[in-house]
Design a binder for this molecule. Structure first.
Ligand code: ISL
Length: 586
């Protein structure tokens, strides 16, 4: 522990800039907005801020389509404001990491404009161009070079009439994939990364970094997989480890002790994660795994939502805890800008109770379930990530019709399912409401004022946020939560403080208890002589603690509901709905 890297004790907070805080009052979040809310983050106690993309972008995928890697989109501000923000973050003792989106660029990036200008263009091979299938007319259905599908519905190939070839785009049609096999592409990316590090940023979150090395461009057989058809050819592809090690040598060598890197890696099994995060290999510090956030997807994938089986989740997280212990490092997350809200998805967000008029009860279960899940996540071994609004229990959004959705993924899916496959729009919308990424993307609810205090221009009637604020902002907002004697924010503060101050939380060996229990998530963390025990009732009914979870001699460390001692009537062997307790075992 003494010589462990700094990020092994760190907690990261993700900002989705367009929805975090609007400083100039145009309805769109920006850098001055972020700067105005830094004290909220410093109070929370987080160590690192991860900024989702702020680069110039036509915003077809909310900035994950980058047109210029070395600038700031004017909607967000200027480079000068960025430098000021970075300085302000550093002044408060926090670090800042950037989103690095280099599997693809925007189709408006100068590299792609040149690449698509002619077959003979100097940068033609910076992207992945292929002829139509032999004997087929380019642009007609089925003429795509392979049968691969996009993450955002439809084929992964985009026809380009002007030069008579297809380009590969695993995401939206405006997100052409870079050709990482071209050494000039890699050199350009590394130079850009060094430019940001020289500016003072503290590392990168690397978007779909495990997809950069493409294998053979061949048709594949349909397989049952959460990944789109074709993914086995490029997910954790043939040269990805070689490229990441090259990146490490070219960009991080000599200065990596101060930095942190996290790779976003959908479709990555534990065995691959061991390679990505083994510190002796020099690739990345940690990755985001996806298995656990796919456990409530049905046979039809994400748009076929199913109920989470807690036993499966426990088994999965325990497998990652064990699998990376002593040989790599875990990231810990249940929320980000691509996931529905934790408290609505796996907890009880209280909205049904509130609709029936029981606001107080709704708030109580929302508090309890949000904090119980937070405890379950934050007391594991790894680096926890908090997504904006999670720290005071923001919920999913009551979307109504398709016109309420903004995300390219949601809209493409709806169009394909309803128009092309003739699915019942009501069914498609029901699934979208539960699973859409838009749930995470409404403006942060800072207080009970107009538009939740998101925008500096909130009082002006002509200012509307780019996406309407969740209508529950008057009850659910940061100010109300922080003023409450049941504060989710304060519970997160204590979890973060525990990680900073207790080596058992940071480094203790994880051991899952009661793997088959349907309500209870229980585990111990042990370091040397000391053991912490977490018991969390992840259900809306009472839960009798099994003997394995009732040590004879234990001191309370943290609890989300009142300590049993404070409520003499309560039976200490029973966890109340959504109750979580942490004790030190003597
Ligand atoms: O959320 C998903 C779709 O259900 C994921 O498949 C997601 O697209 C995948 O994890 C990659 O996400 C990242 O790259 C995308 C971008 O849209 C996401 O916001 C980003 O986190 C393309 O850049």
């Amino acid at each position: 522990p003494a010589d462990a890297p700094w990020w092994t004790r760190a907690v990261v907070y993700q900002i989705y800039p367009r929805s975090f805080a609007d400083g100039d009052g145009d309805g769109f979040g920006d850098l001055t907005g972020i700067a105005s809310r830094l004290d909220h983050l410093a109070d929370l106690g987080v160590d690192v801020i991860w900024l989702s993309p702020i680069y110039p972008s036509p915003q077809h995928d909310n900035g994950y389509d980058i047109a210029d890697y070395q600038g700031i989109d004017p909607r967000f501000g200027t480079l000068e404001q960025f430098d000021q923000l970075l300085a302000a973050v550093h002044e408060r003792g926090m670090k800042l990491i950037m989103d690095l989106v280099v599997n693809h660029t925007s189709d408006e990036h100068a590299w792609f404009r040149e690449s698509r200008s002619a077959r003979t263009a100097a940068k033609r091979d910076w992207y992945i161009w292929r002829d139509p299938r032999p004997g087929c007319t380019g642009g007609s259905p089925g003429a795509e070079p392979t049968n691969w599908r996009s993450f955002f519905s439809g084929p992964a190939w985009q026809w380009d009439e002007a030069t008579g070839q297809y380009y590969l785009r695993l995401f939206a049609s405006q997100q052409p994939d870079l050709n990482w096999d071209h050494p000039d592409v890699r050199r350009a990316v590394y130079a850009m990364m060094r430019w940001w590090l020289d500016r003072g940023v503290d590392g990168f979150r690397m978007d779909v970094i495990n997809l950069i090395s493409k294998g053979a461009f061949v048709d594949v057989e349909p397989v049952a997989s959460p990944m789109p058809l074709g993914a086995e050819q490029y997910a954790n592809g043939p040269r990805v480890h070689e490229y990441l090690r090259e990146m490490h040598r070219e960009v991080f060598a000599g200065r990596d002790a101060e930095l942190m890197t996290v790779g976003e890696t959908p479709g990555t099994p534990l065995e691959q994660a061991q390679l990505y995060t083994d510190p002796t290999r020099g690739e990345v510090d940690m990755i985001f795994q996806f298995e656990h956030v796919g456990l409530d997807h049905g046979k039809g994938g994400k748009w076929d939502p199913a109920t989470l089986n807690l036993r499966h989740l426990k088994a999965n997280l325990a497998r990652w805890q064990d699998g990376l212990a002593g040989r790599g490092w875990n990231s810990l997350y249940l929320n980000n800008h691509d996931q529905p809200r934790l408290v609505s998805r796996f907890g009880d967000d209280g909205q049904a109770l509130e609709e029936r008029g029981d606001v107080e009860h709704g708030n109580r279960v929302r508090y309890a379930s949000a904090t119980a899940w937070a405890a379950v996540l934050h007391l594991q071994c790894g680096t926890p990530f908090i997504y904006q609004g999670e720290e005071f229990g923001m919920t999913n959004v009551p979307f109504s019709g398709i016109e309420d959705f903004h995300d390219v993924e949601a809209i493409n899916h709806y169009t394909e399912a309803v128009t092309a496959r003739g699915a019942d729009p009501r069914d498609v919308l029901a699934a979208l409401r539960l699973m859409t990424r838009d749930n995470a993307r409404t403006p942060v609810q800072w207080d009970a004022s107009v538009h939740g205090g998101f925008s500096a221009g909130s009082e002006r009637p002509d200012v509307t946020p780019w996406m309407p604020v969740n209508p529950n902002y008057a009850t659910i907002n940061a100010a109300a939560d922080r003023a409450s004697d049941r504060s989710i924010f304060r519970f997160y503060q204590r979890l973060i403080e525990l990680r900073h101050t207790d080596d058992v939380v940071a480094f203790g060996r994880f051991h899952l208890l009661e793997p088959d229990h349907e309500q209870l998530f229980a585990y111990t963390r042990t370091l040397g002589e000391r053991t912490l025990l977490l018991t969390a009732n992840l259900s809306g009914g009472p839960c009798v603690l099994p003997p394995s979870c009732r040590p004879a001699d234990a001191t309370p460390v943290l609890a989300n509901l009142a300590e049993p001692a404070a409520e003499p009537a309560a039976d200490p062997a029973v966890l109340q709905p959504w109750e979580a307790r942490v004790v030190e075992v003597r």
